[in-house]
Design a protein around this ligand. Structure first.
Ligand code: ZN
Length: 274
Protein backbone atom coordinates (compact mmCIF):
# COMPACT_ATOMS: atom_id res chain seq x y z
CA UNK A 1 0.00 0.00 0.00
CA UNK A 2 1.32 3.42 -0.94
CA UNK A 3 0.84 4.80 2.58
CA UNK A 4 2.72 1.97 4.29
CA UNK A 5 5.96 3.93 4.32
CA UNK A 6 4.43 6.77 6.32
CA UNK A 7 4.75 6.70 10.11
CA UNK A 8 1.53 7.11 12.09
CA UNK A 9 0.35 10.42 13.51
CA UNK A 10 0.76 8.83 16.96
CA UNK A 11 4.50 9.46 16.46
CA UNK A 12 4.03 13.14 17.27
CA UNK A 13 3.72 12.67 21.04
CA UNK A 14 6.89 10.54 21.45
CA UNK A 15 8.75 12.98 19.18
CA UNK A 16 7.75 16.00 21.27
CA UNK A 17 8.57 14.10 24.48
CA UNK A 18 12.03 13.20 23.20
CA UNK A 19 12.70 16.76 22.03
CA UNK A 20 11.66 18.24 25.40
CA UNK A 21 13.17 15.40 27.46
CA UNK A 22 9.89 14.41 29.04
CA UNK A 23 8.77 10.87 29.88
CA UNK A 24 6.17 9.39 27.54
CA UNK A 25 2.48 9.29 28.44
CA UNK A 26 1.54 5.78 29.51
CA UNK A 27 -0.30 4.54 26.40
CA UNK A 28 2.11 5.98 23.83
CA UNK A 29 2.77 3.18 21.36
CA UNK A 30 4.91 4.72 18.60
CA UNK A 31 8.57 5.59 18.28
CA UNK A 32 9.84 9.15 17.96
CA UNK A 33 10.46 10.29 14.37
CA UNK A 34 14.17 9.71 13.77
CA UNK A 35 14.52 12.27 10.97
CA UNK A 36 13.02 14.98 13.18
CA UNK A 37 15.20 14.11 16.18
CA UNK A 38 18.33 14.17 13.98
CA UNK A 39 17.38 17.54 12.51
CA UNK A 40 16.81 18.96 15.99
CA UNK A 41 20.14 17.63 17.25
CA UNK A 42 21.95 19.26 14.33
CA UNK A 43 20.38 22.67 14.95
CA UNK A 44 20.30 22.62 18.75
CA UNK A 45 23.67 20.93 19.38
CA UNK A 46 21.92 18.15 21.31
CA UNK A 47 20.29 20.51 23.81
CA UNK A 48 16.63 19.96 24.58
CA UNK A 49 13.77 22.11 23.28
CA UNK A 50 12.84 24.57 26.02
CA UNK A 51 9.89 26.27 24.31
CA UNK A 52 7.46 24.60 21.90
CA UNK A 53 4.65 26.09 19.82
CA UNK A 54 2.31 23.64 18.08
CA UNK A 55 -0.07 25.10 15.50
CA UNK A 56 -2.86 22.65 14.64
CA UNK A 57 -5.04 23.68 11.68
CA UNK A 58 -8.02 21.42 10.93
CA UNK A 59 -8.31 19.23 7.80
CA UNK A 60 -5.24 20.31 5.82
CA UNK A 61 -4.09 17.14 4.07
CA UNK A 62 -0.96 16.20 2.15
CA UNK A 63 -2.78 16.72 -1.16
CA UNK A 64 -3.08 20.47 -0.53
CA UNK A 65 0.65 20.68 0.06
CA UNK A 66 1.39 18.68 -3.08
CA UNK A 67 -0.86 20.81 -5.27
CA UNK A 68 -0.33 24.28 -3.72
CA UNK A 69 3.25 23.99 -2.59
CA UNK A 70 4.03 27.65 -3.27
CA UNK A 71 1.43 28.66 -0.65
CA UNK A 72 3.49 26.83 1.99
CA UNK A 73 6.74 28.77 1.56
CA UNK A 74 6.26 30.73 4.83
CA UNK A 75 5.71 27.43 6.68
CA UNK A 76 8.86 25.94 5.16
CA UNK A 77 10.77 29.10 6.04
CA UNK A 78 10.16 28.60 9.77
CA UNK A 79 9.72 24.84 9.81
CA UNK A 80 11.69 23.14 7.02
CA UNK A 81 11.69 19.63 8.52
CA UNK A 82 8.88 17.95 6.65
CA UNK A 83 7.40 14.62 7.68
CA UNK A 84 4.55 12.79 5.98
CA UNK A 85 2.24 10.92 8.32
CA UNK A 86 -0.74 8.63 8.22
CA UNK A 87 -3.66 9.74 10.37
CA UNK A 88 -6.17 7.57 12.22
CA UNK A 89 -9.46 6.07 11.08
CA UNK A 90 -12.13 7.24 11.12
CA UNK A 91 -10.46 10.44 9.91
CA UNK A 92 -12.46 12.66 12.25
CA UNK A 93 -11.00 15.49 14.29
CA UNK A 94 -11.36 14.17 17.89
CA UNK A 95 -10.12 10.69 16.88
CA UNK A 96 -7.03 12.11 15.17
CA UNK A 97 -6.08 14.78 17.71
CA UNK A 98 -6.60 12.31 20.58
CA UNK A 99 -4.08 9.99 18.89
CA UNK A 100 -1.71 12.82 18.03
CA UNK A 101 -1.55 14.03 21.64
CA UNK A 102 -1.59 10.70 23.46
CA UNK A 103 0.60 8.64 21.14
CA UNK A 104 -2.08 5.95 21.37
CA UNK A 105 -4.33 4.29 18.80
CA UNK A 106 -8.08 5.07 19.01
CA UNK A 107 -8.88 1.74 20.72
CA UNK A 108 -6.38 2.61 23.46
CA UNK A 109 -7.50 6.21 24.12
CA UNK A 110 -11.19 5.44 23.62
CA UNK A 111 -12.26 8.03 21.01
CA UNK A 112 -13.03 5.65 18.16
CA UNK A 113 -15.72 7.78 16.51
CA UNK A 114 -16.60 11.49 16.39
CA UNK A 115 -17.51 11.89 20.05
CA UNK A 116 -15.82 14.40 22.32
CA UNK A 117 -15.59 13.20 25.92
CA UNK A 118 -12.80 14.42 28.19
CA UNK A 119 -10.03 11.86 27.69
CA UNK A 120 -9.38 9.79 30.79
CA UNK A 121 -6.14 8.26 29.53
CA UNK A 122 -2.70 9.76 29.92
CA UNK A 123 -1.86 12.50 27.40
CA UNK A 124 1.12 14.51 26.23
CA UNK A 125 -0.19 17.36 28.40
CA UNK A 126 -0.17 15.16 31.51
CA UNK A 127 3.38 14.09 30.70
CA UNK A 128 4.49 17.70 30.22
CA UNK A 129 2.87 19.01 33.39
CA UNK A 130 4.25 16.06 35.44
CA UNK A 131 7.68 17.20 34.32
CA UNK A 132 6.99 20.72 35.50
CA UNK A 133 6.37 22.24 32.08
CA UNK A 134 3.73 24.94 31.96
CA UNK A 135 1.21 24.25 29.18
CA UNK A 136 -1.43 26.40 27.47
CA UNK A 137 -4.11 25.18 25.07
CA UNK A 138 -5.77 27.90 23.01
CA UNK A 139 -8.67 26.73 20.83
CA UNK A 140 -11.91 27.83 19.27
CA UNK A 141 -14.68 27.45 21.84
CA UNK A 142 -16.49 24.11 21.57
CA UNK A 143 -13.93 22.54 19.20
CA UNK A 144 -12.53 19.06 19.86
CA UNK A 145 -9.23 20.40 21.19
CA UNK A 146 -11.12 22.78 23.46
CA UNK A 147 -13.06 19.86 24.97
CA UNK A 148 -11.22 16.53 25.05
CA UNK A 149 -8.05 17.56 26.93
CA UNK A 150 -9.80 19.32 29.85
CA UNK A 151 -9.19 18.59 33.52
CA UNK A 152 -5.39 18.84 33.47
CA UNK A 153 -3.31 21.30 35.50
CA UNK A 154 -2.74 23.67 32.59
CA UNK A 155 -4.12 26.94 31.20
CA UNK A 156 -7.12 26.66 28.85
CA UNK A 157 -8.29 29.50 26.65
CA UNK A 158 -11.55 29.18 24.66
CA UNK A 159 -11.80 31.84 21.99
CA UNK A 160 -14.58 32.93 19.62
CA UNK A 161 -12.72 32.05 16.39
CA UNK A 162 -9.32 31.73 14.73
CA UNK A 163 -8.36 35.43 14.90
CA UNK A 164 -9.06 35.55 18.64
CA UNK A 165 -6.97 32.39 19.10
CA UNK A 166 -4.08 34.06 17.28
CA UNK A 167 -4.34 37.21 19.42
CA UNK A 168 -4.33 35.18 22.64
CA UNK A 169 -1.38 33.04 21.55
CA UNK A 170 0.59 36.15 20.59
CA UNK A 171 0.05 37.51 24.10
CA UNK A 172 1.10 34.22 25.66
CA UNK A 173 4.26 34.00 23.56
CA UNK A 174 5.11 37.56 24.51
CA UNK A 175 4.56 36.93 28.22
CA UNK A 176 6.84 33.85 27.98
CA UNK A 177 5.22 32.00 30.89
CA UNK A 178 4.59 28.65 29.15
CA UNK A 179 7.01 26.04 27.91
CA UNK A 180 4.42 24.52 25.58
CA UNK A 181 1.55 26.19 23.70
CA UNK A 182 -0.98 24.41 21.48
CA UNK A 183 -3.04 26.62 19.14
CA UNK A 184 -5.99 25.30 17.13
CA UNK A 185 -7.62 26.91 14.05
CA UNK A 186 -10.61 25.66 12.06
CA UNK A 187 -11.47 28.02 9.18
CA UNK A 188 -10.32 25.73 6.36
CA UNK A 189 -12.41 22.84 7.74
CA UNK A 190 -15.47 25.07 8.13
CA UNK A 191 -15.19 26.50 4.64
CA UNK A 192 -14.46 23.25 2.81
CA UNK A 193 -17.49 21.59 4.45
CA UNK A 194 -19.61 24.51 3.20
CA UNK A 195 -18.04 24.58 -0.26
CA UNK A 196 -15.43 22.12 -1.52
CA UNK A 197 -11.80 21.35 -0.61
CA UNK A 198 -10.34 23.51 -3.40
CA UNK A 199 -12.95 26.26 -3.68
CA UNK A 200 -11.50 29.80 -3.83
CA UNK A 201 -12.91 30.36 -0.32
CA UNK A 202 -11.28 27.19 1.03
CA UNK A 203 -7.93 28.08 -0.54
CA UNK A 204 -8.28 31.53 1.02
CA UNK A 205 -8.76 29.85 4.41
CA UNK A 206 -5.68 27.69 3.77
CA UNK A 207 -3.68 30.85 3.11
CA UNK A 208 -5.06 32.39 6.30
CA UNK A 209 -3.78 29.40 8.30
CA UNK A 210 -0.35 29.72 6.73
CA UNK A 211 -0.32 33.46 7.45
CA UNK A 212 -1.31 32.77 11.08
CA UNK A 213 1.52 30.26 11.47
CA UNK A 214 3.93 32.81 9.99
CA UNK A 215 2.73 35.46 12.44
CA UNK A 216 3.03 33.12 15.43
CA UNK A 217 6.45 31.85 14.37
CA UNK A 218 7.67 35.46 14.05
CA UNK A 219 6.51 36.09 17.62
CA UNK A 220 8.34 32.96 18.81
CA UNK A 221 11.50 34.26 17.15
CA UNK A 222 11.08 37.68 18.75
CA UNK A 223 10.12 36.68 22.30
CA UNK A 224 11.60 33.23 22.87
CA UNK A 225 15.03 33.90 21.40
CA UNK A 226 16.79 33.25 24.72
CA UNK A 227 15.48 29.67 24.66
CA UNK A 228 16.06 26.76 22.33
CA UNK A 229 12.72 26.54 20.61
CA UNK A 230 10.57 24.57 18.19
CA UNK A 231 7.56 25.33 16.05
CA UNK A 232 5.33 22.65 14.54
CA UNK A 233 2.59 22.91 11.89
CA UNK A 234 0.41 19.89 12.64
CA UNK A 235 -2.97 19.26 10.98
CA UNK A 236 -5.15 16.32 12.03
CA UNK A 237 -6.34 14.79 8.73
CA UNK A 238 -7.10 15.68 5.12
CA UNK A 239 -10.34 16.04 3.18
CA UNK A 240 -11.99 15.10 -0.11
CA UNK A 241 -14.90 16.09 -2.32
CA UNK A 242 -18.07 14.10 -1.66
CA UNK A 243 -19.63 13.63 -5.13
CA UNK A 244 -23.05 12.95 -3.61
CA UNK A 245 -23.26 16.40 -1.97
CA UNK A 246 -20.74 18.38 -4.03
CA UNK A 247 -19.11 19.52 -0.78
CA UNK A 248 -15.97 18.79 1.17
CA UNK A 249 -15.88 16.06 3.79
CA UNK A 250 -13.57 13.60 5.61
CA UNK A 251 -13.88 10.50 7.75
CA UNK A 252 -12.96 7.74 5.31
CA UNK A 253 -9.93 5.47 5.08
CA UNK A 254 -8.77 6.98 1.76
CA UNK A 255 -5.47 8.67 0.96
CA UNK A 256 -6.97 12.17 0.66
CA UNK A 257 -8.26 11.96 4.25
CA UNK A 258 -5.47 9.89 5.82
CA UNK A 259 -2.27 11.47 4.54
CA UNK A 260 -0.98 14.63 6.20
CA UNK A 261 2.31 16.47 6.31
CA UNK A 262 3.74 18.09 9.43
CA UNK A 263 6.50 20.68 9.49
CA UNK A 264 8.99 21.09 12.36
CA UNK A 265 11.39 23.98 12.82
CA UNK A 266 14.17 24.36 15.41
CA UNK A 267 16.06 27.42 16.50
CA UNK A 268 18.98 27.70 18.86
CA UNK A 269 18.96 30.00 21.90
CA UNK A 270 20.52 33.35 21.08
CA UNK A 271 21.53 34.32 24.59
CA UNK A 272 21.36 33.60 28.27
CA UNK A 273 18.06 32.68 29.89
CA UNK A 274 15.92 35.51 31.16
ZN1 ZN B 1 -14.27 18.61 9.39
Amino acid sequence: MKTARFPLITSITPTICRLMEVELPKQASSDALGSVISAAQRVLNDSRVERFLVYAPDAIGLRLYQDYRDFFQPVLGWAPVEVRLLSMTPTKTPVCFASMFTGALPKAHGITRPIRPVLTCDTLFDALTRSGRRVAIVAVKGSSIDLIFRGRPLDYFSESYDDAVTSKVLKLIESNRHEFILAYHQEYDDVMHRTEPRSPEALGALRNHIKSFDTLAQAVEAHWQCHSRAVLFAPDHGAHLDPSTGRGTHGEAIFDDLEVVHFFGFHRSKGTHS
